[in-house]
Structure formats: structure tokens, C-alpha cells
Design a protein around this ligand. Structure first.
Ligand SMILES: Nc1ncnc2c1ncn2[C@@H]1O[C@H](COP(=O)(O)OP(=O)(O)OP(=O)(O)O)[C@@H](O)[C@H]1O
Ligand code: SF4
Ligand SMILES: [Mg+2]
Length: 381
């Protein structure tokens, strides 16, 4: 079976509807070479985000979220595939086009410790891009805009923070400076990489509400990256969510569908792992998300066929041999999913045989509804 991920074009409701998206990744891959081995950190990822849209990338650590974001932000060039801003291939941009792209697409780094210059005050961190791009010319204009930005990210009164250096602030305060810097150039697309992870809940909610306002009122597009599906639900409820596993998108669709009606066994496991405050509901959750194994395979030695098969409670023999393709789910669900058991269900005597022992019972309990919904809705071929 060919290994492809279809373009997020307007052919499917899980995809962006804009004629020319702000950002588009088309079969983009990034292979790192470490100690003589290839690490395919991102493989054939296609996605697009238009003005006012939000796409949330979720997945475990090492699934390729940041690498994908860095490709979209032009911080790395894809090993293969294409990245386009407003339809223009980044690799073919003129200097002027690149400059506009650099202004319009801002990446907020997941690690503010690493991204803020330790010898630059908060004021100078925010003032430099404003001056460089001619967005504030006089000292008074610069000061006013810096104060506005600090207020926007709840660093108030701004005068208390302007003169500080990164080492004089907490992790959460640094993270807010990083967000403020992302806003300095009035971007059209913001790539927020775990940008609220160090904030306490009230600050996080206020920052997310501020970012939502940028999206709904100013039409800013977002790629929002998080481990936390509860945050995806909060920030991208009206947008789309793409679930990544070992460098590939395994499920993508409207967030409401992906969360309320997940189709891929990995998405289901991630949702099972979300902490549940109600003790009765928590007791119903499967331990380990219902996965056969908690161990994430190494990128340098990927399992054959579907790379999720050693952990998958639904794995069949064919999963070890064939690479699943990201394709629409048959029946009512509107998302795309890379799981042959969901998209191409057929009787398989070996269902669950890749799992063993307790895993086998997990397969038994999980296989019914998943296979049932795909078969019942779309009709097995
Ligand atoms: N510069 C690099 N050189 C070699 N390997 C890298 C490099 N950057 C990332 N990787 C590897 O690529 C894989 C994907 O990394 P990435 O940072 O994109 O994952 P992530 O989903 O953002 O993880 P996290 O949730 O921990 O931030 C990981 O195995 C990582 O170790
Ligand atoms: S059922 Fe097979 S194809 Fe689907 S996720 Fe599991 S191992 Fe992969
Ligand atoms: Mg990351």
C-alpha cells in the first residue's frame, strides 16, 4: 500500500476551506542524520491553515510537533516536500517576499529559556523588531507599543517588567514575554508551541482568550501545539486538530469530531489518558490509555507496516505489513484517519494477535465499537 498523506485541500470537511491558505505543508518531511542513522522526525505531513483558522497539533513527546512547526515557520527547510506561504513556495521566494513572510508568520518557542536573549531586557526584546520593521519610529511610539504588548500578556504594570532581564523573571513571566514578542509584528499566522504550558490556570485562560480574540476579530491564523487535549478542546474547539504519531498525522478533522468521536486507536488512547476529576469516571478509564505498551519505538528503528502496531490494541496481522494511508473515515465521521482497520474493515481471524496476554483482552474490548462504527456507517468493502 503506498505511503501517502492526502493534501488538506477543500475536498474534505476535515480540511481548511480557504482557496489560498496562509500556510501549507505539502508532503513535507524532515529527516535528521544522527550518528550515521536517519531519523525521520516528520514524514509526508500535509496541512494548511487559513486566516482566522486554528489547527491544533497534538501527540506525545517526540511525535514531531515542533519539527513540523519549525518547517511551517521557515526555521528549517524540509528534506522533501513543499512549504508555501500564501501559495508561494518558501524555497522560491524573493528577498522581499521572504521578509514579508518572516514578519507575517511568528513562531513562539516552546522553551522561553532558550528563545529569549539573556543579555537583552524585556524592553529591548520587544523594541528591536518594532524598530527593525518600522512599526514604531520615535522613542515615545516604541515605549507606548512595548507597554501595550506587556499589558496584553498580563505583565502589568508594564513599567515593572520593561527593564527586567530573563533571569530576573519566573518561567511563566518569560513565557508571556515570548508571546508578546510573537505579537510585536502584528502577525497573520502565529505558531504557538506549548506556549502556555508554564502558566498557572488563570493566566493561561486569559492568554488563550486574548489569542482567540486575535483569531476571531483580526483573522490571525494559528497553529497551536500542545500535549494537552483539554487545551486543544479549549482553544481549537471551532478549528481542526491533527494527531501526530512518530512523525505522521494519524488523524485530522474538526476538533469537535476528533475529541467527541475519535477514530484512530492512538487518539482514543490519548483521550483515555486525559486526567478525569470525577473519581467515578476516572475509575472507568483504561490504564495506560488501553495501549498494549507504553514504549514509544525509536525513530531510527521504526516498526514495519503501521508504526503504531506494537502498541495498538486493535492490531491485526496486516498491520505489520501495510502502511496505512490517511483517508476519510467511511460513514458519518468527517475526519481523516490512518488506520486500515477503521477505513478498510474486513474480517481478520488474527484480530488482536499482535497483542498478547492482557493486551489481547484490551483488543477484545476496544475492537468492537471501533470496527462497528466504521463498518456500520460505511459498509465494509
Ligand atoms: N535537531 C535535531 N537533531 C536530531 N534529532 C532531532 C532534532 N530535532 C528533533 N529531533 C528528534 O525528532 C523527533 C521529533 O522531535 P520534536 O521536537 O519535533 O517532537 P515534539 O513532538 O515537539 O516533542 P515534545 O512534545 O517533547 O516537544 C524526536 O525524536 C527528536 O529527538
Ligand atoms: S489497527 Fe492496525 S492500522 Fe490501525 S492503528 Fe492499529 S496497528 Fe495501525
Ligand atoms: Mg515540541
Amino acid at each position: 500500500m503506498p505511503e501517502t498523506t492526502p493534501d488538506s485541500s477543500a475536498q474534505h470537511p476535515a480540511s481548511a476551506q480557504q482557496a489560498v491558505p496562509l500556510i501549507e505543508l505539502d508532503d513535507a518531511s524532515q529527516v535528521f542524520h544522527v550518528k550515521g542513522k536517519d531519523l525521520p522526525a516528520v514524514s509526508d505531513v500535509s496541512l494548511s491553515v487559513g486566516p482566522g483558522e486554528v489547527l491544533c497539533l497534538v501527540g506525545e513527546s517526540g511525535s514531531g510537533k515542533t519539527t513540523t512547526a519549525r518547517l511551517a515557520a521557515g526555521l528549517a527547510s524540509p528534506t522533501s516536500g513543499t512549504v508555501r506561504y500564501e501559495g508561494k513556495d518558501l524555497a522560491e521566494m524573493t528577498r522581499a517576499e521572504r521578509r514579508e513572510y518572516r514578519r507575517a508568520v511568528q513562531y513562539i518557542h516552546q522553551d522561553p529559556y532558550a528563545s529569549l536573549n539573556p543579555i537583552r531586557s524585556v524592553h529591548s526584546t520587544l523594541a528591536i523588531p518594532l524598530k527593525r520593521h518600522g512599526l514604531a519610529r520615535t522613542t515615545a511610539e516604541v515605549d507606548e507599543r512595548v507597554d501595550e504588548l506587556l499589558t496584553t500578556v498580563d505583565l502589568t504594570p508594564p513599567g515593572s517588567y520593561s527593564a527586567k532581564f530573563p533571569h530576573q523573571m519566573s518561567g511563566g513571566q518569560r513565557q508571556r514575554v515570548a508571546v508578546a514578542r510573537g505579537l510585536t509584528l502584528s502577525p497573520r499566522l502565529l505558531i504557538a508551541d506549548e506556549s502556555t504550558s508554564m502558566l498557572d490556570v488563570s493566566i493561561r485562560v486569559s492568554l488563550l482568550n486574548m489569542l482567540t480574540k486575535l483569531r476571531t476579530e483580526d483573522g490571525v491564523g494559528f497553529i497551536y501545539i500542545t500535549h494537552d487535549l483539554a487545551l486543544a478542546k479549549y482553544f481549537a474547539w471551532e478549528g481542526r486538530t491533527a494527531v501526530m504519531y512518530l512523525g505522521k498525522i494519524v488523524e485530522v478533522g474538526p476538533t469537535q469530531q476528533v475529541i467527541n468521536n475519535p477514530q484512530h486507536p492512538y487518539t482514543k488512547a490519548l483521550l483515555e489518558a486525559v486526567p478525569e476529576p470525577d473519581p467515578e469516571l476516572a475509575a472507568q478509564k483504561k490504564s495506560g490509555g488501553g495501549l498494549v505498551s507504553a514504549e514509544i519505538p525509536s525513530l531510527s528503528d521504526l516498526p514495519s507496516g503501521c508504526t503504531f502496531h506494537p502498541r495498538c490494541p486493535l492490531a491485526q496481522d496486516r498491520c505489520r505489513e501495510n502502511v496505512p494511508v490517511l483517508e476519510p473515515v467511511p460513514g458519518g465521521a468527517v475526519q481523516d484517519v490512518a488506520c486500515m482497520v477503521v477505513t478498510n474493515p474486513r474480517p481478520d481471524a488474527s484480530a488482536g494477535s499482535a497483542a498478547s496476554g492482557a493486551a489481547g483482552s484490551a483488543a477484545g474490548s476496544a475492537a468492537g465499537p471501533a470496527a462497528g462504527s466504521a463498518t456500520g456507517g460505511g459498509g465494509a468493502p
